[in-house]
Write a protein that binds this ligand. Structure first.
Ligand code: GLU
Length: 464
């Protein structure tokens, strides 16, 4: 049997980290078993679903590199199929028309609440004959006795008494199918073998199993993943800051760092913290997903991000950095290749956004001088330093960091100053501030022309 998993988001907002983690678990399990991973957009709630959310979900899946083998399927395009299955169930007497008015149902609920009973439909229309007129909904005829039992791959055996479940509405009075029903038809039609989803759906599962059985389908296996908590122990939400996957992108996180972070948030393999995707595909097991909810920890995500910035292939970092440079309107054609930039900045940036912000001076002719840096370092001594450096650098035949280093060393010896003291005014002159990668590497990457031009401008404009 081929494994088939699905990620089935409702497009009522961006893709949040909880959804991304569920998608990742589904994806990993499909890849591990060489099965199929399906993307299904559950957009039947017409009021809350938007095209912008659909796009946001697709973009986030793309950014995270969670590729799918089928889909995206859209539930709104499958209404005919749902309708057909509803008719079939009615014909087989497994579902029935319910003509109960809103008033009757309200009264029933009030009565039950007053008696401290769980509000539920009382089966009033179960045996009513079809009427020619009047508005109706269609209800699934849930078994009245017996139990529903399933082995949740994370939670273990779960048993629900059918007496607890009432007859669920599967079609509203306008004929539109309801949520639990569309999920069932889709999981059946798409031959899903493993439903991995948030545990907020666990109460739906026995109902869905009953409908699947009525349809003659074998229910899939279920794995309900516990929720993600914020640092205060409450369910993770916007209050805790970023929850949207794409907001993490904007803040400068790498997809591989976010994935590594998310996989560990609720799953483990011994004490190991760092996993390549390839390793995860081999090691991942649904049974190892934790039962208890996990709390989101920004610090750890930052730590992982830095790890991946330092250790990933500079070409892959450069690809992601391109996007950030565009966001900051930095023209990457006006400076060194991004791969070279990544090589010298990787050690000094915690996020790619920070790397982009700290690299602007490589890609523009206009240096922004920071007043404090100028006041502190552009002393009279500094003017001498810069003049000597200009002279020596303009005579250099080869423009690489070793030769540049020799020049700065020679100037420091000539002026009997420490190397650091000589480097700082040069740094301010070419970058505008006091922090940059090592000065020789910075100058090499900036290029001879830009360096000499900036040093000359500094001499002319930053001293009185
Ligand atoms: N559409 C549901 C949601 O976004 C998921 C349903 C499911 O996975 O079965 O919460």
């Amino acid at each position: 049997m081929t494994v088939a998993t699905r990620f089935a988001p409702s497009p009522t907002g961006y893709l949040h980290v909880g959804g991304a983690r569920t998608a990742l678990y589904c994806w990993l399990y499909a890849r591990k078993t060489q099965g199929k991973f399906i993307l299904r957009i559950e957009d039947t709630d017409l009021e809350r679903s938007t095209q912008a959310s659909v796009q946001a979900i697709l973009d986030a899946m793309d950014w995270l590199n969670l590729d799918y083998d089928e889909g995206p399927y859209y539930q709104t395009k499958r209404f005919e199929r749902y309708h057909q299955v509803i008719l079939q169930l009615v014909k087989e007497n497994k579902a029935y028309r319910c003509y109960c008015s809103k008033e009757r149902l309200d009264q029933l609920r009030e009565h039950q609440m007053a008696n401290k009973e769980k509000p539920r439909y009382d089966g009033h229309c179960r045996h009513v004959q079809h009427k020619e007129t009047g508005s109706f909904v269609v209800r699934f005829r849930n078994p009245e006795t017996g139990i529903v039992e399933f082995d949740d791959l994370i939670r273990g055996k779960l048993i629900v008494d059918n007496a607890e479940l009432d007859d669920l509405i599967i079609a509203r009075s306008d004929g539109s199918p309801t949520y639990n029903f569309t999920v069932v038809v889709d999981d059946w039609d798409m031959q899903i073998t493993h439903v991995i989803r948030g545990d907020d759906h666990i109460n739906n599962t026995p109902r869905q199993i009953n409908i699947l059985r009525a349809l003659g389908a074998t229910p899939p296996l279920y794995a309900h993943v516990p929720m993600i908590l914020g640092s205060d122990g409450k369910r993770l939400s916007k209050r805790h800051g970023a929850v949207s996957v794409m907001q993490y992108r904007e803040e400068g996180f790498l997809p591989q760092a976010l994935l590594n972070y998310l996989v560990r948030l609720g799953w483990s393999h011994g004490d190991q913290e760092i996993f390549s995707i390839k390793e995860l595909v081999t090691l991942f097991e649904i049974q190892d997903i934790h039962k208890a909810p996990a709390a989101f920890n920004d610090e750890k995500l930052r730590w992982l991000n830095q790890h991946y910035i330092k250790t990933s292939n500079p070409h892959s970092i450069a690809k992601e950095l391109t996007w950030h440079m565009e966001q900051l309107e930095i023209n990457i054609n006006q400076g060194p290749p991004l791969v070279e930039l990544v090589k010298i900045q990787a050690e000094r940036a915690k996020t790619l956004r920070e790397m982009a912000e700290k690299s602007r001076y490589f890609y523009t002719d206009e240096v922004t001088y920071h007043a404090d840096a100028v006041a502190k370092h552009m002393t009279l001594d500094a003017k001498q330093i810069l003049q000597d450096v200009i002279l020596a650098l303009s005579q250099l035949t080869e423009w690489h960091k070793e030769a540049i280093h020799e020049v700065i060393l020679a100037v420091s010896e000539k002026l009997t100053m420490k190397l650091g003291k000589v480097a700082q005014p040069i740094r301010v002159a070419v970058t505008g501030d006091t922090i940059s990668p090592p000065i020789d590497a910075t100058l090499q990457l900036l290029g001879r022309e830009r360096v000499l031009k900036r040093l000359r401008t500094a001499v002319q404009t930053l001293f009185y």
